[in-house]
Design a protein around this ligand. Structure first.
Ligand code: HAM
Length: 441
């Protein structure tokens, strides 16, 4: 038997090698440069839209008190019932990793007194969210959304603005083949009657519904309408539609929203079975789908009671969120990365120690001149450095050997023709600019 460590600390100080390489948690993949290329494009698009439509950025913590979601996202939602990552702090607080942005933004709106500002308040954010789901294409346990919310106005023009903004974010990313699916699920005045009708409609069909829908019959009957189970499809074909039970206010709201969408010329369809899976929605609900892959890129709607549920005054609001991984998936397929746009203007080849010493300041000189050059500071041979330049598609190589380093010169090599010229080091950025300007490359 080996000697027992004197204490735990000593035990941990000893270096221990793991037997296997550890893996990221299931459904939480690392984000590497291939995806990052598209993600940055998405973030730029989102920032531009936020600037244009005047939304302020808000950042809420990744952890929130679990109550925010239990009450906000709602007790009958799938997220609260099955998908929360919950933890207990050493101090005994119950916290959850945020599964969405909406309730946390409303919590922040109330906590920071944003209701004192002139309304509506327009906020946006993007960042990681967590849902304990079975990972599959377009569905992860850690995923990112961008989210826009308009708080403090009930006018359907804001519902239209949110739809327009998300639709435009996809167009700006050059995603076509889009369909806006829209519906209304009424308000506290008219929805109870629809509920009642749905209850009596599904009562006689209860035994034929899938087990999930049998549960939904008791907890949240609306969710039967958007069940994806094949067997449930024919059973809901003739289910009562909310449109037939809307109160006058909800009816006018929906009608006006559709008029705005018509005016904008947006491609929309009313989907009577679209109800969305979160408890807080009222009136408008919508999703925008990419039709080729039938992928929901974003979803949202109006939530006029959420602020009250979280302890504030009645404050109508509307918003939506888009899944960034799903967008990356679509972009990757439809717009393969074209290296052409992402070629360095030149590749710096360094030969020998003296040249290497000057390498960093040359890199800096080009950065200040706003010319993107690539380099390899390793110990590679000239041949392999030139091969790298070729692989990256750099039109020029800048070669610095012992002699050039001493003379303060540099060799400019045209990668296509192989023609080389010696240029004074302090003239090289100008020379390159001149060549690009004259369209030589
Ligand atoms: P949501 O429909 O749950 O809505 O999510 C919005 C979008 O996030 C989805 O359309 C999808 O693109 C993406 N998404 C959802 N779950 C996952 C997942 N597990 N993996 C990858 N992507 C996913 C909300 O979150 C609401 N908070 C939207 C909202 C804002 N409503 C009003 N304001």
């Amino acid at each position: 038997m080996g000697r027992k460590p004197k204490n735990l600390v000593q035990h941990h100080v000893r270096r221990q090698k793991l037997k296997k390489i550890l893996q990221a948690p299931k459904g939480m993949p690392d984000i590497l440069s291939e995806d990052d290329f598209y993600r940055r494009k998405i973030f730029r698009t989102v920032e531009n839209l936020a600037d244009y439509y005047n939304f302020d950025r808000i950042e809420t913590p990744i952890l929130e008190e679990s109550q925010v979601f239990l009450h906000g996202t709602g007790p009958t939602s799938e997220i609260v019932q099955k998908q929360m990552f919950n933890l207990r702090t050493p101090g005994g607080d119950h916290l959850s990793l945020r599964p969405e942005f909406t309730p946390n933004i409303i919590r922040a709106y109330l906590e920071n007194g944003l209701f004192n500002l002139s309304k509506p308040i327009k906020l946006f954010t993007y960042g990681p969210l967590f849902r304990y789901e079975q990972p599959q294409r377009g569905r992860f346990r850690q995923f990112w959304q961008y989210d826009f919310e308009i708080i403090g106005d009930e006018d359907p023009i804001y519902d239209a603005l949110i739809i327009q903004l998300f639709y435009n974010s996809f167009l700006d990313l050059k995603i076509k083949d889009l369909l806006i699916e829209v519906n209304t699920i009424g308000c506290d005045n008219c929805r109870p009657l629809w509920h009642k009708q749905l209850k009596s409609y599904f009562h006689s069909r209860l035994k034929k519904l899938c087990p999930d829908c049998q549960r939904r019959y008791k907890t949240n009957i609306l969710r039967i309408l958007d069940c994806k189970n094949e067997n449930c499809q024919p059973l809901k074909e003739n289910a009562p539609k909310m449109l037939d039970y809307l109160c006058r206010d909800c009816h006018n709201h929906f009608k006006t929203l559709l008029e705005y969408l018509e005016e904008l010329g947006l491609p929309y369809a009313i989907n009577h079975t679209l109800v969305r899976g979160l408890d807080y929605y009222t009136k408008t609900v919508f999703e925008i789908r990419e039709t080729t892959d039938n992928l929901a890129l974003c979803g949202g709607g109006r939530y006029d009671y959420l602020t009250e549920v979280l302890g504030g005054k009645h404050t109508p609001a509307v918003g939506a969120a888009a899944g960034i991984e799903r967008l990356v998936d679509v972009l990757k397929k439809r717009q393969p990365k074209q290296d052409g746009n992402y070629k360095p203007k030149a590749f710096l080849v360094l030969i020998g120690d003296l040249a290497k010493k000057k390498g960093l300041s040359i890199l800096e000189m080009f950065r200040k001149a706003n010319i993107w050059i690539a380099e390899s500071f390793g110990k590679d041979s000239v041949k392999s450095q030139l091969r790298q330049a070729d692989r990256l598609g750099a039109p020029f190589a800048l070669i610095l050997g012992q002699k050039e380093a001493m003379d303060d010169t540099i060799i400019l090599r045209d990668m296509k023709s192989g023609v080389q010229e010696v240029i004074a080091l302090d003239k090289i950025t100008e020379e390159l600019k001149k060549r690009f300007k004259n369209g030589i490359v």
